[in-house]
Design a protein around this ligand. Structure first.
Ligand code: ZN
Length: 489
């Protein structure tokens, strides 16, 4: 048992995180635009309070005295020590400088993207990279400086391991994308898809996945995201466009994130452990529901008639097979967030390679667009027309968030591994999906992934659930089987 004093301190830290999360959610869904400045001040105060609590000597003494008995208690102490150590290693002035530089870069990045003007953003990226290198210097023992950044998003993952996983992924995805590009193109969904009907259908699908009105809400946001304030308070967001179904898939994606948080063992609430274990494992959950369930043939056998009833004009003239092909169209393009299942990983691999070079000091900020464009040509065969649709498209570097991108592709890799294990353990998955039944999938995920929260480290979690470490083979097998059949190649 944890001492009541330690439990109370960890509970407070968890409450501060939830409060900041709620304010962030509100900022992106409801806050009037002019509220931004005041909100920034409130958020800064909360961050200061959390940092003070995290680094307080009293917490250190309580953690030192803690006798971890049992797996959960030991994990609470281990993870709390690690979180605290990370907060303590970075001098307050550097942490504040990182925050300020990120905040200062937002407006210039938005302006640079709007006007496709790299020069305008370049000094801010240079500053963010310098500060991340200073951050890395606060920690010792890493084999590669980028490891320290990766570890903040994917504990235990190293640059060397990512390279091992990404090398075959790069080759396999490029080959498949090239084979698809040489085949006749898939049909395009004609549309339109009126937003009110999309919203209704999205909610129906979300409920079938496990969304319920007692513990969830769904709102609109420019950049869809999911947030959990507790396992019983899950917020998902999406955005709808009348000319495509991206909003529908965003709902499946975000509900996948939400289910993870919803099914964390309630006993872990208000400890250090009551949330998803890493961004990569989190993304495996969203991608599993969005892609492996939501873009599958049996899924559309069930939901196809409902889609046709909701959008008779938007689906007119397409056979069931063509509808499936249209939903799974592969078109290499410039924009990561619009990318399909096959080319998505290549966008991520490019960003990873550039980030590592920036942190190693071999790629100056001024040279990023040229390296970007060359990479797009090599990986995707795409000519980037301007930096707005190239190196300026993502917000991450304006925040200085280096080390984040790889987790998107790690998520896809892990999703396919978990899916293979699920198929092995649960029979008749296709029939269940075709019947609109997702209970067995949800329960398998609860048992093997969700309920553990942060108790089990990501590598260990994946090994226990699938019998092996991170491995791109199941993803490549899944994509090849699916897309070679769809495209007749
Ligand atoms: Zn996601």
């Amino acid at each position: 048992m944890l001492s009541p004093e330690l439990a109370a301190r960890l509970g407070e830290l968890s409450d501060l995180t939830a409060t900041a999360g709620l304010l962030g959610w509100d900022q992106q869904t409801n806050m009037p635009p002019a509220g931004g400045q005041a909100r920034g001040e409130v958020m800064a105060t909360l961050a200061t309070l959390a940092h003070e609590r995290q680094t307080a000597p009293e917490l250190g003494a309580l953690l030192d005295a803690a006798q971890g008995d049992g797996e959960v208690e030991r994990a609470i102490v281990r993870v709390a020590r690690r979180d605290r150590e990370k907060a303590r290693r970075v001098p307050a002035e550097l942490a504040a400088e990182i925050e300020r530089a990120a905040s200062d870069a937002q407006e210039p990045w938005a302006h640079a993207r709007a006007t496709s003007d790299w020069e305008h953003f370049c000094p801010y990226l240079k500053r963010n990279v310098e500060l991340r290198r200073a951050y890395v210097d606060c920690f010792e023992g890493a084999e590669h400086p980028y490891d320290t950044l990766l570890d903040n998003f994917e504990p235990g993952l190293t640059t060397a391991r990512v390279r091992e996983v990404f090398a075959p992924l790069r080759e396999g995805l490029s080959e498949l994308a090239a084979a698809i590009a040489a085949a006749p193109p898939a049909p395009v969904l004609p549309g339109p898809f009126p937003v009110a009907a999309q919203r209704e259908l999205a909610l129906e699908i979300a409920r079938a996945f496990g969304y319920d009105d007692a513990s969830w809400r769904m709102d609109l946001a420019v950049h869809p995201f999911a947030l959990a304030l507790s396992p019983q308070d899950i917020r998902v967001t999406t955005r709808y466009h009348e000319n495509d179904l991206q909003g529908l898939f965003a709902v499946m994606h975000e509900v996948g994130h939400g289910l993870y948080e919803h099914q964390v063992d309630p006993a872990l609430a208000r400890t250090t452990l009551g949330t998803g274990v890493s961004l990569g494992i989190h993304e495996s959950q969203s991608r599993l529901w969005e892609n492996l369930v939501g873009r599958s043939e049996p899924f559309w056998r069930h939901w196809g008639p409902r889609l046709r009833a909701a959008f008779p004009a938007g689906t007119a003239g397409l056979s069931d097979h063509d509808l499936l092909r249209a939903i799974n169209g592969v078109v290499p393009g410039c924009i990561r967030v619009d990318a399909d299942e096959v080319t998505y990983g290549l966008h991520v691999i490019l960003r990873f390679e550039l980030e590592v070079a920036m942190i190693e000091g071999t790629l100056p900020a001024a040279d990023v667009p040229a390296a970007w464009n060359a990479g797009m040509r090599e990986l995707l065969g795409v000519e980037v027309p301007d930096d707005a649709r190239g190196a300026l498209q993502d917000i991450h570097w304006s925040w200085g968030e280096l080390g984040y991108f790889p987790t998107y592709a790690i998520g896809n890799v892990a999703a396919a591994q978990l899916w293979a294990a699920l198929q092995r353990d649960v029979g008749g998955l296709d029939d269940q999906i075709a019947a609109g039944q997702y209970g067995a999938i949800r329960e398998w995920l609860r048992e093997h992934v969700h309920r553990h929260g942060r108790v089990v480290e990501p590598t260990e979690l994946l090994e226990r659930a699938t019998g092996g470490g991170l491995d791109p083979a199941p993803l490549l097998a899944e994509l090849n089987a699916k897309y070679r059949a769809l495209y007749g190649i």
